[in-house]
Design a protein around this ligand. Structure first.
Ligand code: FES
Ligand code: FES
Length: 164
């Protein structure tokens, strides 16, 4: 059994718009693969059992807990981390709003919060309550959430106004 888990597997995916390929053992989760093999340390690892949301990244456009997905399961997928979301400018307005409203303190939860928010911002305009609900899988030990919800709500309203 352990021989199978230790066996190396080829994984090829598109990370932040660029193709990458590497060998990985079957038990490595996507978060560790992104950080330790691919060297993108913007993704943070907290609980490692799907509770805190610190590890959230985008996989094929959906926010995913990278500690609950094996790296081999991401073969053939498009993965976007906070580095890619930043470089593309896709969440520049959200990041500005986070800074403006002090929606981060230690910043440990922030990459995961941004990934979750990025997915929310792709959908229809949400009520404040629905934004809170959408963030319920992301823990923040510093901010009390208010400023984070404020920032997402402000960007959501602004984007909706721009689109109409
Ligand atoms: Fe993945 Fe906490 S590290 S949910
Ligand atoms: Fe510190 Fe959220 S800013 S955990």
């Amino acid at each position: 059994m352990s021989d199978t888990l230790d066996e190396m597997h080829a994984v090829a995916l598109v990370l932040n718009g660029a193709p990458v390929a590497a060998q990985v053992d079957a038990r490595t989760h996507l978060g560790d693969f992104i950080r330790h093999t691919l060297g993108k340390t913007g993704t943070h690892i907290g609980c490692e059992h799907g509770v805190c949301g610190a590890c959230n990244v985008m996989v094929d456009g959906r926010s995913v807990r990278s500690c609950l997905m094996l790296a081999v399961q991401a073969d053939g997928c498009r993965v976007d981390t906070v580095e890619g979301l930043t470089a593309s400018g896709a969440i520049a307005d959200l990041q500005e709003e986070f800074v403006r409203r002090n929606a981060l303190q230690c910043g440990y939860c922030t990459p995961g919060m941004l990934a979750t928010a990025a997915e929310m911002l792709r959908g229809p305009k949400l009520s404040r309550e629905a934004i809170r609900d959408g963030l319920s899988g992301n823990y923040c030990r510093c901010t009390g959430y208010q400023a984070i919800v404020d920032a997402i709500e402000a960007v959501m309203l602004r984007r909706a106004e721009t689109a109409s």
